[in-house]
Write a protein that binds this ligand. Structure first.
Ligand code: ZN
Length: 132
């Protein structure tokens, strides 16, 4: 489904079980974050270590198992784990030898969040099909 309005945009990224790697920036015209959905097959790791200039990253493991590397330390990760990494940390990720890993990576500028949920959300007088 693709739809766009004055204040929103939707897009279909296809079969989420067979994507490989998809970034949503151009797809959704994101302005405050970079979001990617990634999958590494069993036994495959990202072939480089990287850091960032300004952005922190959050990795959300939605399926499978793997290994995460941060600044010389490696640890196991699996479905349900979330990892936040400071911009300057050296990081990489790999699937385990026996399981693929699917994860979402959200990149945002470190220390840019000055409000969230209850401080930023404001009630709006509107009705939906499920709000009576
Ligand atoms: Zn990165």
């Amino acid at each position: 489904m693709t739809k766009q309005g004055k204040n929103f945009k939707t897009s279909s990224i296809g079969n989420i079980q067979k994507l490989g790697r998809v970034t949503l920036n151009a797809e959704l015209a994101l302005t405050g974050s970079e979001i990617s959905i990634n999958e590494l097959p069993a036994g495959v790791g990202v072939p480089f270590v990287h850091a960032h200039k300004r952005n922190e990253e959050v990795y959300i493991v939605v399926k499978g198992k793997g290994v995460f590397y941060v600044d010389g330390e490696e640890f196991a990760i699996e479905e349900g784990d979330v990892v936040r990494v400071d911009p300057t940390a050296a990081r990489s990720i790999a699937a385990s030898a026996t399981s693929p890993i699917r994860y979402i990576c959200i990149q945002t500028e470190a220390k840019s969040l000055v409000q969230h949920t209850q401080n930023d959300g404001v009630p709006v007088k509107a009705k939906t099909s499920w709000i009576k």
